[in-house]
Each structure stands twice: as structure tokens, then as C-alpha cells.
Design a protein around this ligand. Structure first.
Ligand code: BES
Ligand code: MN
Ligand code: MN
Length: 461
């Protein structure tokens, strides 16, 4: 295909363009960066216009802008809606980065001998959305675009996509399509291609535990009153039993057990526990008893503390009993569980286990529903065929552990299924310091995407 040649000829140029986009610190969670989200959305708009897309628009929302563009070549052809997010996670802690997060550099690593681009958002998700932009550019230029295409890029994925739901509801006509295509997930390895066929949901709450009305001398009062940090730790510890099973009443009620077949399919996924432990420099893994690590990280629900604070954390030792303690607690959910329901169960339970020596306040944050995508569809077959073409191996369907809250809403609001054809690696350190994206992955993604359009058009005709 001519578009493949165009992509090959322009590799360096495309990388330079991505670097420009990565330089914009579009951190959605941080109000200080609001203008940078505007900047990134305008950068994308300008870029989408130059590659020949039409009806290119930046829509403002009560939060960060949505970027839309389309190329309708023939109403009788199927329409692919490409979704991606241009917002990124905060880069903190900054001192753990080997190079500044918004000054991209290319470095070789053991897993990426051809080099990887180090920057916040390189893999999640600017690098991956940009592969689509370039693939579409090449298909337009070579007149090989076999489907209509619509683009929807948002700036609030990392903060729960709160305003995108209303955008979908208000623009169902505009966004009408046959399938949603997303690259915002990973493959098992560069020589083990895979397609994500599920995402977990998310329930997230912040808890505040208050003891005495003020900070106290830990000698004068210590031993006599409830220390909110001690109490919070005890409460958190009680949320799992000795088998690492979550103790919130009703938590597992809606969880569907996998069939034996599904479980043995997971067992067959190439996975080395030794390599996993070695990569993370841990002596052993930990998790819910009776489940494989790959089940624990994808098909089973979880509960984790993401942050915990309170009391004296400055230098040296200050002897003090704090008045307050806090934690941020997330629960990853699996099909059939609802985030609203789990948040309610968590809140009730957490309040009920608080001893009378403290008061607790639970504040829910954003959440999202889980999603599963079927594999017996033309769109899955098109994606699998495309990857088989470029990787030389049939991809393995695997359920992912992360969340993309909007996916379940594409189904309920637009009535379409999603294909999660991601090209990152789990070891690319998304959300962590030194996030990176392999050049192999960047180019392989661009090379694979045009085949998706080709095969999808064929399978749908
Ligand atoms: N791209 C990730 C989700 C992801 C990662 C899916 C790896 C599959 C494999 C996405 O940007 C993300 O981080 N989502 C958040 C959602 C939350 C902020 C509502 C998540 O999973 O924590
Ligand atoms: Mn993402
Ligand atoms: Mn993310």
C-alpha cells in the first residue's frame, strides 16, 4: 500500500511533530495548566486541518476542550470513530525523572533497543493518538482511505471524562459511526501482539479521619486518645482478609466468575512470573488467593490505597498526634459491577467500621464503568487481521486492567462497540516517572492502522 511507503518516508518528520505536541504540559488535573490544554487542543486542530480533514473544530466544555474532525468520503462506506486523549497525568514526583517530563528525549532501553521517546504522555496517550493522525494523513494522501473517519480527542480522560458524556449525548448525530477505534492500551510484548478485549471500571474515594479537635503533644496525650493515622491504618487493613479478599459486604455480589475455558485461556498467555518480579525488583507477588497474576490484574476487582497522608512529614522527628488523617482509595471493577453501587457500598462500610474515637468523611471522586468487547465481530477480525499482517503473528485477545470510562458510554449512548488496539507496553511507565514509548511501537502502530481500515471495509461490504 502506498500509505505504508508514505509513513516509512516521513518517519523522522512525524517523530519531530509528536515531540512538539509532547512539549505542551497538558495536565488535566492541575488548574494551573488550563491554558496548556487549550494550547494542545488548538495544536491538534491546526494539525488535523493541514492533513486534509474537514469540519475540524475545538468545542469548549465546562472542563477542557474536545477536538473533532472528519473525512466523509462516501456515505455508503463504514465510519470509524477514532478516540484519544491529549491530556496527561501530573508528572510528579519530578525528582524521579531522569530528564524533564516535557522535554522529550530519545533513549535506548533493554526492552526498546531501537530507542524510546521519554516524556509525560508519550505512550498515554499523545504518542498513540498521533499514530492515528499520521496514518489517516497517509491514507488521505494516497487515496487509500477505505472508510469514513471521524476523530474525537478529549482533554479530560485522566480526570474521569466528566464532560464527555454530555458531549456524546448532545452530538449523537455528529458522532454516528460503526465502530470506535482506540489506541490507549498495550500489547503483551513487541513479539507477542495482543488486543485488549476489556477494561476495568473504577470507583475512587477520598477519606478523612478526624480524631481530637487539634494536634496534640504525643507524650502528653499519646496512649489516651484515638490517633487518626493509627485508626485509618487499622481501618484500611481491615478492608482485606488474610486471603486478600475484599471485606466490604456485597462487594463481589455482581462479579461474574470466568468460565474454566476463559481461565485456561489466561493460563496460556505467555507470561513469566520471574521476569515480572525481576522487572519490578520484588521477591514475590501478592494478591487475591486462588488467582493468577494476570487474573488479579485484569478480571478480578481490586482495592488499593493510592495516597495516604497526615501528621508530621517534615525533616527530623516532631512528636505530635495529628488531628486528621487522609487517604485516597481506588477500587478497580470488573464487568457487571457498577461504580455508583460500589462507591455506596464502600462509603457505608467505611463509616460503619470507624471506632467512636474518630469521625470519618468519605468523598467520592470520578468513576467509570467496566467494559468488555466481543471478538466475534467484523471489527475485531479486522483489527486481528491488521496486527497479524504487520506483526506476522495472530494477536491474543486479553482483558486489560486499566480504565477508559468513556468506552462503556460509546456503547450506551452511541450504540457502538469499541476496538482497543493499543501499542504500548505495560512496562512503559505510564502515570509514573520516566514514561516512555518505543519507537518500534510508534511506527508499528502507524503501519498497522491503515490495514484496519482496509480489512474493516472489506469485512463490512
Ligand atoms: N490509557 C489508560 C488506561 C489503560 C492503561 C488501559 C493500560 C489499558 C491498559 C488511561 O489513560 C487511564 O489511565 N485511565 C485511568 C482512568 C481514570 C482516571 C478514570 C485509569 O485507568 O486510572
Ligand atoms: Mn490513556
Ligand atoms: Mn492514563
Amino acid at each position: 500500500m502506498r500509505s505504508i511507503a508514505i509513513l516509512e518516508e516521513n518517519k523522522e518528520k512525524y517523530l519531530d511533530q509528536l515531540i512538539e505536541l509532547l512539549r505542551i504540559p497538558s495536565i488535566s488535573a492541575d488548574p494551573k495548566h488550563k491554558e496548556d490544554l487549550v494550547k494542545a487542543s488548538n495544536w491538534l486542530k491546526d494539525h488535523l486541518e493541514t492533513i486534509g480533514l474537514e469540519n475540524v473544530n475545538v468545542y469548549s466544555t465546562p472542563g477542557h476542550p474536545v477536538v473533532y474532525a472528519e473525512k466523509i468520503i462516501d456515505k455508503s462506506l463504514p465510519t470509524v470513530l477514532v478516540y484519544g486523549h491529549y491530556d496527561v497525568q501530573p508528572p510528579d514526583p519530578l525528582d524521579l525523572w531522569d530528564s524533564p517530563p516535557f522535554e522529550p528525549v530519545i533513549k535506548k532501553t533493554k526492552i526498546h533497543p531501537e530507542g524510546a521517546i521519554f516524556a509525560r504522555g508519550s505512550c498515554d496517550d499523545k504518542g498513540q493518538l498521533f499514530m492515528h493522525v499520521k496514518a489517516i494523513e497517509a491514507m488521505i494522501a494516497s487515496q487509500e482511505l477505505d472508510c469514513n473517519v471521524k476523530i474525537l480527542f478529549e482533554g479530560e480522560e485522566e480526570v474521569g471524562s466528566d464532560n464527555l458524556e454530555n458531549f456524546l449525548k448532545a452530538n449523537t448525530e455528529l458522532l454516528q459511526c460503526d465502530v470506535v477505534l482506540i489506541s490507549d492500551s498495550s500489547v503483551i510484548a513487541n513479539d507477542v501482539p495482543s488486543i485488549s478485549v476489556g477494561l476495568r471500571g473504577l470507583s475512587y474515594a477520598e477519606v478523612e479521619v478526624t480524631g481530637p479537635n487539634r494536634d496534640l503533644h504525643s507524650g502528653v496525650y499519646g496512649g489516651g486518645v484515638g490517633n487518626p493515622i493509627n485508626v485509618l491504618c487499622e481501618m484500611i487493613a481491615s478492608l482485606k482478609d488474610e486471603n486478600k479478599h475484599i471485606t466490604i459486604p456485597g462487594f463481589y455480589d455482581d462479579v461474574e466468575d470466568l468460565t474454566d475455558e476463559e481461565r485456561s485461556a489466561i493460563e496460556r498467555i505467555p507470561f513469566s512470573i520471574e521476569e515480572y518480579q525481576d522487572d519490578l525488583k520484588i521477591e514475590s507477588v501478592e494478591g487475591e488467593k486462588g488467582f493468577h497474576t494476570l487474573e488479579r490484574t485484569s478480571t478480578r476487582p481490586t482495592l488499593d490505597v493510592n495516597g495516604i497522608w497526615g501528621g508530621y512529614i517534615g525533616k527530623g522527628a516532631k512528636t505530635v498526634l495529628p488531628s486528621k488523617a487522609y487517604a485516597k482509595i481506588s477500587m478497580r471493577l470488573v464487568p457487571n459491577q457498577s461504580d455508583d453501587n460500589i462507591t455506596e457500598l464502600f462509603t457505608k462500610h467505611f463509616e460503619s467500621i470507624a471506632p467512636s474515637s474518630v469521625k470519618v468523611k468519605v468523598t467520592p471522586h470520578h468513576g467509570g464503568l467496566p467494559a468488555v468487547t466481543p471478538i466475534n465481530t467484523p471489527e475485531y477480525r479486522a483489527a486481528a487481521k491488521a496486527m497479524e499482517k504487520t506483526y506476522g503473528k495472530e494477536p491474543i485477545p486479553v482483558r486489560g486492567g486499566g480504565s477508559i470510562p468513556i468506552v462503556s458510554l460509546f456503547e450506551t449512548i452511541l450504540g457502538v462497540k469499541t476496538i482497543l488496539m493499543g501499542f504500548g507496553l505495560d512496562s512503559d511507565d505510564i502515570h509514573s516517572p520516566n514514561e516512555h514509548y518505543g519507537l518500534f511501537n510508534f511506527y508499528k502502530g502507524m503501519e498497522t492502522i491503515p490495514y484496519f481500515y482496509k480489512y474493516y471495509a472489506e469485512l463490512k461490504s
